[in-house]
Design a protein around this ligand. Structure first.
Ligand code: 5GP
Ligand code: ZN
Length: 144
């Protein structure tokens, strides 16, 4: 299994660094974020070291994603939150600090003070169709 000896999440996976683990299985580990945005903020992490979501082998991604519903139900039960955000920061510009892919699961409740800017735009005529075609081509490419 791929490991990075310098990676803090690899160290948590191998129990070299302690964490409050809430779930572990063959491929995945979930633990409390040490700097929670809200009580119960979880990190869901593949055991294998991959820096970015877009680097993940499809089977690992599917496996990681399959854990989210159960963890989400547990999160809402334990924290009494009424909602949650799942967030993956990929790349420094998107806020990724720890370069081992992870999903944040963040409990949300009415009128909490969490939030982010969501400056929705509008596509000029024709741009959405061009983009969709470019995506279809990129996804169909053999190396995608
Ligand atoms: P990122 O910005 O990379 O998406 O988020 C990394 C997250 O990892 C942060 O929310 C940070 O609080 C958390 N984190 C960083 N180091 C540790 C650690 O040693 N233990 C735990 N439990 N969480 C960590
Ligand atoms: Zn790692």
């Amino acid at each position: 299994m791929q490991r990075d000896p310098e990676c803090i999440f690899c160290k948590i996976v191998s129990a070299q660094v302690p964490a409050f683990v809430v779930h572990e299985d063959q491929t995945t580990i979930a633990f409390l974020d040490v700097g929670p945005l809200a009580e119960g903020h979880l990190l869901v992490v593949p055991r294998e070291h991959h820096a970015r979501l877009s680097d993940l082998p499809a089977q690992l991604a599917a496996d990681l994603g399959s854990k989210l519903p159960k963890l989400g139900r547990a999160l809402m039960k334990v924290t009494s939150a009424s909602a949650l955000n799942v967030l993956c920061n990929e790349g420094a510009e998107a806020g990724q600090v720890v370069k081992h892919v992870h999903f944040h699961m963040i409990p949300r409740r009415d009128a909490d003070q969490l939030g982010y800017r969501w400056n929705a735009g509008v596509y000029p005529a024709g741009r959405a169709a061009d983009l969709a075609a470019a995506f279809q081509q990129a996804i169909a490419a053999p190396q995608s």
